[in-house]
Ligand binder design. Structure first.
Ligand code: AMP
Length: 469
């Protein structure tokens, strides 16, 4: 099936062709005709499915048809709400690209940057406004934006907006919109809360679902490596260095952890930048641009900062730490294997995270293949320390301290193990608070693992990433 048969205008088809899209993705095939009909839509689609074009192409098509009616200052006729600045910026870029041959104006507004330029641009008239809820309300309070003529509302990544506590802001925005409008709701997951929102927001919606809910794309090769927390950084550096990975997105649970890991990787000679909510918008934009341009090999991100990051052909995603919320795993690994590309998603799992792994596998309804890495077998004497709200008491992990009784990077004896990691072992580690809690000894770690050396036929060193700069 080609884009030509979807009912889009020649100008839009031309822009799409210039993007190099050969055929519509499943979500585009399903969503575009429905939106063009003017119907409300409830779409279950993750980032990476091509959902953005699924709503922006028909939306632009519709606005461009009635464009001539609007003389003088243009009212906002399409409002796209997103949870994060990055997602807003990326949708904005897409809208720009797809509307290249149209005379529509679009604008992205989000917090964390000066409001005045946004107010000025709004004064000049905008057809398509892409916004995060908080900044939109600020602009509305200052009477800088009039939402009374919005014809189409898009809530993108609605699940994430609710997770981030935007429900009240969304309600406030909805109250400013005209009652008669078209509503499109996109969400990767459909909790009862989302269904509640959808039932209030949407009228007789068409329902579109691609890739079964809460499943990960088949194009992503997933694997789990069991490894002690304190050796994760070493293993990651080695994988990047020896695999000669050029672009890898690494997830951490905390901002501090993301910063620390980026620093460590830089010390290992691997260029890395951290991206998280405490960074200024300028720093985040710069880090992303450097990463896309290839001058930074590793982007270390927290879940929230990574929402909506759109990086073409991202080949490697590493879960340096598993997310607390299993759905975030699906979001994270959705950064790779996008559209037609294939990708690899590797999770480095320490003993504290076995329960999180079980939760993720329950959600996926399948087991993620284990790969045992020679020389990185977990120390069976290390006990689990519970993870509470994404943090652990000691904070001592991953700081490069030598493992008990083990020189960092010292070659280990023994063939690759199957069944990693080892179970049991009552020996206590001394001197750290990591002795607390040991409930995470579940079945996840008992399953057979595929075995392969850390990097077949290559030497291991304690500072494997060095020399890459
Ligand atoms: P999205 O799910 O909207 O974040 O899109 C994921 C990626 O797929 C983006 O990089 C798009 O540029 C790309 N994309 C969207 N539609 C297509 C298509 N029909 N063919 C190839 N790539 C696409």
């Amino acid at each position: 099936m080609s884009f030509d048969s979807l009912g889009l205008s020649a100008e839009i088809l031309r822009a799409v062709e210039e993007q190099g899209y050969r055929e519509p993705t499943p979500i585009q095939r399903q969503a575009i005709p429905v939106v063009l009909e003017g119907r409300d839509l409830m779409a279950s689609a993750q980032t990476g499915t091509g959902k953005t074009a699924g709503f922006t192409l028909p939306l632009l098509n519709m606005l461009s048809h009635t464009n001539a009616q609007f003389k003088g200052r243009r009212p906002v006729r399409a409002l796209i709400l997103t949870p994060t600045r990055e997602l807003a910026a990326q949708i904005g870029e897409n809208v720009q690209a797809y509307s290249k041959y149209l005379t529509l104006r679009s604008l992205v507004v989000f917090g964390g940057v000066s409001i005045n330029p946004q107010m000025l641009k709004l004064r000049g008239g905008v057809d398509v406004l892409i916004a995060t809820p908080g900044r939109l309300l600020d602009l509305e309070h200052q009477r800088a934006v009039d939402l009374s003529q919005v014809e189409i509302l898009v809530l993108d990544e609605a699940d994430r907006m609710l997770d981030m506590g935007f429900i009240h802001d969304i309600r406030r925005v909805l109250a400013k919109l005209p009652a008669k409008r078209q509503n499109l709701l996109f969400s990767a997951t459909f909790s009862d809360e989302i269904k509640g929102l959808a039932s209030k927001l949407l009228t007789n919606p068409a329902s579109v679902e691609v890739a079964r809910r809460n499943t990960a794309s088949a194009q992503i090769e997933q694997s789990v490596h069991f490894v002690d927390k304190k050796r994760k950084r070493e293993l990651l550096s080695q994988m990047i260095g020896e695999g000669d990975w050029k672009q890898v997105l690494v997830f951490n649970r905390t901002k501090h952890g993301a910063n620390h890991l980026a620093e460590q990787l830089n010390k290992d000679g691997i260029t890395a930048a951290a991206i998280h909510g405490n960074k200024s918008q300028g720093a985040r934009t710069r880090a992303l641009a450097d990463f896309k341009a290839g001058s930074v090999r590793v982007l270390v991100a927290t879940d929230i900062a990574a929402r909506g990051l759109d990086i073409d052909m991202l080949p490697h995603v590493v879960n340096y730490e598993l997310p607390n919320v299993p759905e975030d795993y699906v979001h994270r690994i959705g950064r790779t294997g996008r559209a037609e590309a294939t990708g690899e998603a590797i999770s480095l799992v320490c003993v504290d995270e076995h329960k999180l792994l079980r939760d993720i596998e329950r959600l996926l309804k399948r087991e993620i293949p284990r790969i045992a890495l020679e020389g990185y077998e977990p120390d069976p004497s290390i006990k689990a320390e519970p993870i509470i709200n994404g943090r652990q008491g000691s904070g001592g992990g991953g700081r490069g301290a030598p493992r008990q009784g083990q020189r960092p990077g010292a070659p280990r004896s023994g063939a690759p193990r199957s069944g990693a990691p080892r179970q049991g072992g009552n020996a206590q580690r001394s001197g750290t608070s990591e002795n607390r809690g040991s409930e995470n000894r579940g079945s996840a770690e008992n399953r057979p693992a595929r075995s392969r050396p850390a990097h077949a036929g290559q030497r291991r060193t304690g500072n494997a990433g060095s020399g890459n700069k």
